[in-house]
Design a binder for this molecule. Structure first.
Ligand code: ADP
Length: 241
């Protein structure tokens, strides 16, 4: 689409029928891969990401190991079939940058100091992209790490807020991401009340920023409860077995 569509309709609803402060439906499933130490699928509307975790394991080559902590190797990648036109599978600049941003967020929660001289490999594959893939990838990784039993300070939950046709909107979809005036992904460690990731593309007034932050925090609380529920239901399965 080459021309900006109307993002907020006359009835105040968004193109996908949501209210401005409404998130897309969320689905979380842990332990979806047999061969990884931990794995998860995280879906937010049409954005779908699978994550796999290996480790902690001995670091090879040895000289890349750190004496006092685990090294995180993190790969964010979009599958060729995740976008409407086939995406080149080679890692793009954007994917390299997002891998770094996600690694830094994960380093704030994983207790890396418990596993010196080791490496933890974290892979995220975007299966389907409809905006918000960095956050959904980060949350998929957080769930896969929990599935692998890797100790963390807290889970990570995140959602974007932005501005579309002058209206603050929660959990942007692709047209809002593309045509909106602002896009601010926020991820938190909710129990610790700490920010793990915050970026801003576009413009917001200080008041919009404060309102947006409040809106995001409500969404994050909802997501956090769904994450805890997903972990609990996995353990309930084990108990039954
Ligand atoms: P995020 O996915 O975290 O919101 P961006 O703001 O960079 O990150 O991307 C917004 C959206 O644009 C993506 O979620 C995806 O839907 C779309 N997009 C990104 N890269 C591509 C690409 N190479 N081809 C087609 N669509 C893309």
């Amino acid at each position: 689409q080459l021309q900006k569509p109307k993002l907020i309709l006359d009835n105040g609803l968004r193109l996908d029928g949501r209210r401005p402060d409404e998130m897309r439906p969320i689905r979380i499933e842990l332990g979806v891969l047999k061969n990884a130490d931990g794995s998860a699928i995280f879906e937010m509307g049409n954005t779908k990401v699978i994550a796999a975790v290996y480790g902690p394991k001995e670091m090879h080559p040895r000289h890349l190991a750190l004496p006092d902590r685990a090294v995180l190797r993190v790969r964010y990648h979009m599958t060729p079939f995740s976008t409407d036109e086939r995406k080149n599978p080679a890692p793009s600049r954007r994917e390299i940058e997002l891998s770094k941003v996600i690694r830094e967020a994960l380093e704030s929660t994983i207790l890396v100091e418990l596993f010196p001289r080791t490496v933890i490999d974290i892979f995220m594959e975007v299966l389907q992209a409809d905006a918000g893939t960095r956050l959904v990838s980060l949350m998929a990784a957080s769930m896969a790490l929990a599935d692998a039993g890797i100790p963390m300070r807290d889970l990570i939950a995140g959602v974007a807020v932005g501005k579309a046709d002058g209206v603050l909107v929660l959990d942007l979809n692709e047209p809002e991401d593309m045509w909106g005036e602002a896009d601010m992904p926020i991820a938190m460690m909710p129990s610790l009340k700490q920010v793990a990731l915050l970026q801003l593309n576009g413009n917001m007034t200080p008041q919009e920023f404060r309102q947006g932050l409040e809106m995001a925090q409500k969404g994050i609380e909802t997501i956090y409860n769904l994450e805890k529920e997903a972990i609990r239901s996995k353990y309930a399965e084990y108990k039954e077995e």
